[in-house]
Design a protein around this ligand. Structure first.
Ligand code: 13P
Length: 334
């Protein structure tokens, strides 16, 4: 695959005022989300829920791509239209989660490494044929007493780089996601330091593995104080720390950075993105690739009446997409 094609896809993912909706929850993760609102985790409910999201009217006005899960990329609407066709009709690029999730890192209690490299080339080849044009791999970094270790950071960066090189070989833009969790009692300075080491390690590994940055998208976590720190961190403080950290560790040639929401409130996720873009211009477009912050309000509404609340839930999805799209331009305001 030519680098020009990959670069074009990457730029389309971060087109002005557009971002990504992450609906790639594995069957066990969606079980938790459904469980929280009392929806049985059946294949039909998962299909119906993803149909609701992907057929939201005018979603393509603010959404450039959607990250799907293996089950979802093979599913269709109730009327029999493949989801990938629905997406193509709304100008939404299909993405696919390809990692197999974090597993305990042997010898390093409390730390994890993401698995899924075995057989990845063949899986990517199939996903490309199914219509996927970008992929996602999420590494998870915990902050705690004496962690993360250098070994954990390096193991995850190495896996991300091998995944990214394979994606580009198979014609998919790799979205590389090293998520530094907000769980814990650490302060914002600690979050900054960990993010900086993790991002530098990642870009070093991508360089070592001949990954072309022009055809790569970074999915980053924001620099936030730990959830249990008792610190709030103002919107501007979070925005400034995140920006400074990215500027010190992410090459300017990268076509774009999108953020995960990571358990922040819906409005906080939007406000942080908006504040960062107001502080621009920056070397890269900054946009969103939110899962929970795009979906949680809609899921709650749908759960109250699966058959009757589809349109109402879709209005909420659209409103979240519109607000985050405005934040991607620094035009949301509070
Ligand atoms: P959240 O926005 O809910 O953190 O999910 C984004 C995602 O795709 C994590 O991998």
């Amino acid at each position: 695959m030519s680098i020009e094609t990959l670069a074009q896809t990457a730029l389309a993912m971060v087109a002005p005022g557009k971002g990504i909706i992450a609906i790639d929850e594995s069957t066990s993760t969606i079980a938790k989300r459904f469980d929280a609102v009392g929806i049985p985790n059946s294949e039909e409910n998962r299909r119906a829920y993803r149909e609701l999201l992907l057929t939201t009217p005018k979603l393509g006005d603010h959404i450039s791509g959607a990250i799907l899960y293996d089950e979802t990329i093979r599913q269709s609407t109730k009327a029999g239209v493949p989801f990938t066709r629905v997406m193509a009709d709304s100008g939404i690029l299909p993405g696919i989660k390809v990692d197999k999730g974090p597993q305990p890192l042997a010898g390093f209690p409390g730390e994890v490494v993401t698995e899924g490299l075995d057989g990845l080339r063949a899986r990517l080849e199939e996903y490309y044929k199914l219509g996927a044009r970008f992929a996602k791999w999420r590494a998870v970094i915990h902050i705690g007493d004496d962690i993360p270790s250098g070994t954990c950071i390096e193991a995850n960066s190495h896996a991300l780089a091998r995944y990214a090189a394979l994606c580009q070989e198979q014609g998919l833009v790799p979205m590389v996601e090293p998520e530094v969790l907000m769980d814990g009692g650490h302060d914002i300075e600690t979050s900054y330091e960990v993010h900086e080491v993790v991002l530098r390690s990642l870009f070093d590994a991508l360089y070592q593995h001949n990954v072309m940055l022009e055809g790569t998208i970074l999915k980053a976590s924001m620099v936030l104080p730990g959830k249990d720190s008792g610190e709030e961190g103002s919107i501007d403080e979070v925005a400034e720390s995140t920006l400074m950290c990215l500027k010190s560790s992410v090459p300017a040639i990268l076509p774009g950075i999108v953020f995960l929401s990571g358990g922040q409130g819906d409005e906080d996720a939007t406000a942080h993105l908006d504040a960062m873009n107001r502080m621009g211009p920056h070397p890269w477009p900054l946009s969103f690739s939110y899962g929970r912050a795009m979906q949680s309000a809609a899921l709650k509404i749908w759960s109250q009446d699966l058959a009757g609340n589809v349109a109402k839930a879709q209005e909420t999805v659209f409103a979240r997409a519109r607000d985050n799209g405005l934040a991607a331009r620094g035009q949301w305001g509070r």
